[in-house]
Design a protein around this ligand. Structure first.
Ligand SMILES: [Zn+2]
Length: 255
């Protein structure tokens, strides 16, 4: 039998594809952060991308991980994060998606993603995408085996200016076919003037951004929601803390 398990992408210095924080968290909420990092495996040599691209929202969701970590602490919730840039593999996209390993993102070009071979695509899918989603499935399965309730909450950030257009929305509450949790969160925020909060904005399921919700929430019947935070609100510790406190309260009121 042939073996194709040898790593082509991640070396010993890169570490694993994902991290699990607070694995024994008492909350039913499992926080996920697919775009937590702008790190690249050493073997990819920065993908030929500029350092401006690698620090931009094209490479990751700035502030999302720090906000999610603070929510994990406040809620006593398990958090699973991806440890590599979405430009290596965007874990919120299926392997069949053209944007899973994009050669262009908004105004940024990523030369190292142009003309990827089947073997290169396979390596990224098997070493980045599957380990992350298997880790999420493992956490869910363990909870289920303990008879515990599970709620899936993914944490993202978006840029205020995209393709030259300014976005007024500050908080997006996103859902796909299952709107149960999103409906309750929108209800819990409707009287608050704290943040401009909108349903399925600045993206929605029509933009292909609900892959994680589909596979871990909708396919399993678990309640789920995707939270998009405008990244200018979470650039520093104070902003991340204020957002984490707000979202934790809204989530607890919505369970
Ligand atoms: Zn994101």
């Amino acid at each position: 039998m042939s073996q194709i398990s040898q790593s082509q992408l991640l070396g010993p210095d890169d570490g694993p594809a994902f991290s699990v924080h607070r694995p024994d968290g008492g909350s039913p909420i499992i926080l996920l952060c697919e775009h937590a990092s702008n790190s690249l495996p050493k073997s990819l040599k920065q993908l030929g991308a500029s350092s401006e691209t690698m620090s931009s929202h094209a490479a990751w969701d700035p502030g999302a991980l720090q906000t999610a970590l603070k929510m994990s602490e406040k809620l006593d919730a398990t958090l699973v994060q991806q440890r590599f840039s979405r430009l290596v593999y965007d874990c919120n996209r299926p392997p069949t998606s053209a944007t899973a390993m994009p050669a262009k993102s908004e105004v940024h070009s990523i030369p190292g993603n142009a003309n990827l071979s089947a073997a290169e695509r396979f390596a990224r899918t098997s070493e980045i995408y599957w380990p992350f989603h298997h880790a999420v499935s493992d956490v869910i399965a363990r909870r289920a085996s303990e008879g515990r309730e599970v709620v899936i909450v993914t944490i993202h950030s978006f840029t205020k200016v995209y393709n030259g257009a300014v976005r007024d929305v500050e908080l997006g509450i996103l859902h796909d076919a299952d709107a149960r949790l999103a409906d309750r969160m929108l209800d819990a925020t409707k009287d608050s003037k704290q943040f401009n909060t909108q349903r399925n904005a600045p993206y929605g399921p029509q933009d292909g951004v609900t892959h994680t919700l589909q596979i871990h929430g909708i396919a399993t019947g678990l309640e789920n929601v995707m939270i998009e935070i405008r990244n200018d609100l979470i650039t520093d510790d104070a902003g991340q803390l204020a957002m984490a406190e707000y979202l934790s309260k809204v989530l607890e009121a919505s369970l």
